[in-house]
Design a protein around this ligand. Structure first.
Ligand SMILES: Nc1ncnc2c1ncn2[C@@H]1O[C@H](COP(=O)(O)OP(=O)(O)OP(=O)(O)O)[C@@H](O)[C@H]1O
Ligand SMILES: [Mg+2]
Length: 257
């Protein structure tokens, strides 16, 4: 839900894959109409989040949750996003007012410990789908680009977060991840320092600007496949470590595998 182009999808995909590589079972949900997650991973799932929530495909045929979830790597499954999410937003809007905010949460109802991590890659902006996501999660990781008006974007995001907290109390801002850290610029250092001061608890080790990170998606690979020795891989591994060390485990773990 943070501003566009700050490394949300790059973070979601590489973090999800690294957690999977470390033996955790991960479901990555693409909540963006751009449908970048599948492209970044080089897969073309027949179904996705639309079918998962509505239980039907575009022709009206029944699709089970199990069919909607697509295996992308060992230990890593995805719920594809893409243009069908436009329809999903209309569909959500037509549902009864009293529960239309919590349909995603309901669809992901806890059913055991089939998954360790549930990661949502969000689109910039605020709509019925983003509200549903914030209702379905307990923790938020917010990537912040160490370039341009980073802090401005954060302010808008906090307003969203506060509104969502009124609906979902346990929701917390757990991590601030500085991205696009350019060691050659003063601006990157200044912004990083500022974020460290503002978010002493949440601040994560920054992800450096790394061309290999931007090249990997065209190969349909994560950085751990494309170039595991790149600085991008080292930085994302630090983030994975932090999450694992913090012992976050997805609380709501559906069993549709
Ligand atoms: N650390 C990095 N170094 C170099 N390039 C990066 C880095 N992180 C992301 N990029 C590149 O920046 C662009 C935007 O990244 P990404 O798609 O992850 O952002 P996003 O926040 O998901 O954007 P959107 O809001 O459009 O969904 C991509 O081309 C990506 O490859
Ligand atoms: Mg994205």
């Amino acid at each position: 839900m943070a501003k566009g182009g700050v490394g949300k999808t790059t973070t979601a995909v590489n973090l999800a894959h690294d957690l999977a590589l470390q033996g955790h079972r991960v479901l990555l949900v693409d909540c963006d109409t751009q449908g970048q997650v599948a492209r970044f991973l080089g897969v073309t799932p027949p179904y996705g989040l639309y079918e998962f929530i509505t239980g039907r495909d575009a022709q009206g045929n029944t699709v089970s949750k199990r069919e909607a979830v697509h295996p992308a790597r060992d230990n890593l499954w995805i719920l594809d996003g893409g243009i069908k999410l436009v329809e999903l937003k209309y569909w959500l809007g037509e549902q009864p007012r009293e529960n239309r905010h919590a349909l995603l949460r309901k669809a992901l109802v806890p059913k055991g410990d089939a998954l360790d991590y549930l990661i949502f890659d969000c689109a910039p902006g605020w709509d019925l789908l983003s509200v549903n996501i914030l209702m379905a999660v307990d923790e938020v990781l917010c990537p912040v680009a160490l370039q341009g008006p980073a802090i401005e974007g954060l302010k808008t995001f906090f307003q969203y977060l506060i509104s969502a907290q009124k609906l979902n109390n346990p929701l917390g801002l757990k991590y601030i991840l500085p991205t696009l850290f350019d060691r050659r610029t003063r601006q990157s250092y200044d912004l990083y320092k500022k974020l460290k001061r503002l978010f002493t608890k949440q601040i994560c080790h920054p992800i450096r600007l790394n061309v290999r990170l931007s090249e990997a998606p065209s190969a349909g690979q994560t950085i751990f496949e494309f170039d595991p020795r790149a600085t991008g891989a080292q930085d994302y591994r630090k983030l994975t470590r932090r999450l694992i060390d913090d012992g976050i485990r997805a609380q709501q773990v559906p069993r549709f595998f």
